[in-house]
Write a protein that binds this ligand. Structure first.
Ligand code: OFO
Length: 174
């Protein structure tokens, strides 16, 4: 694969794992506040992000290109409310969306059609990621300072299930 594209793919692995760490930190924050449904939702998000990173790692291996793992930055912490947490989720996902779009642009510039197709899954996933965070922010805004509203949303968040994300065409890990 093109060198610039391989470098950007390796950087994306790091960004996905940072995302995982950020959501793990948020999950811990929610647990400390007694918001177990949100803690569960954010933990599932952590698992999904790890899988996003693993799937790029796997793709590079299948293409025969070197995987390079970079240090993962310490995630933020210390939110003041669940609304603030989810506003940060959305803000963070927007940066990831931009990063995926940049990767897709590079793959098109270097005419790497296989990678363009691989990245389509990520482009679509980002629409879902931003949509989920936006929905939850709207609900939290509607609840405002109402404690029963917050607890109802927390219960709803507890229903999230985890299914390992499958990128079409990607052979399973060794
Ligand atoms: Fe990997 O989608 Fe969020 O960051």
């Amino acid at each position: 694969m093109n060198e610039k594209l391989v470098k950007a793919m390796n950087e994306q692995i790091n960004k996905e794992i940072y995302s995982a760490f950020l959501y793990l930190a948020m999950s811990e924050w929610a647990m400390q506040k007694g918001l177990k449904g949100a803690a569960h939702w954010l933990y599932v998000q952590y698992l999904e992000e790890m899988a996003h990173g693993q799937n790029i790692y796997r793709y590079l291996q299948v293409r025969g290109d070197p995987v390079e793992l970079y240090p993962v930055a310490k995630p933020e912490s210390g939110w003041n409310s669940l609304l603030e947490v989810y506003r940060d989720v959305l803000a963070h996902e927007k940066t990831v969306t931009a990063s995926i779009a940049n990767l897709a642009n590079i793959s098109q510039d270097v005419r790497d059609h296989a990678t363009s197709i691989f990245l389509e899954w990520y482009v679509t996933e980002q629409v879902e990621e931003e949509g989920n965070a936006t929905d939850i922010i709207q609900r939290l805004q509607l609840a405002g300072d109402n404690l029963s509203g917050l607890l109802m949303i927390d219960t709803e968040l507890s229903a999230r299930t985890f299914a390992p994300p499958v990128v079409p065409g990607l052979p399973p890990a060794p």
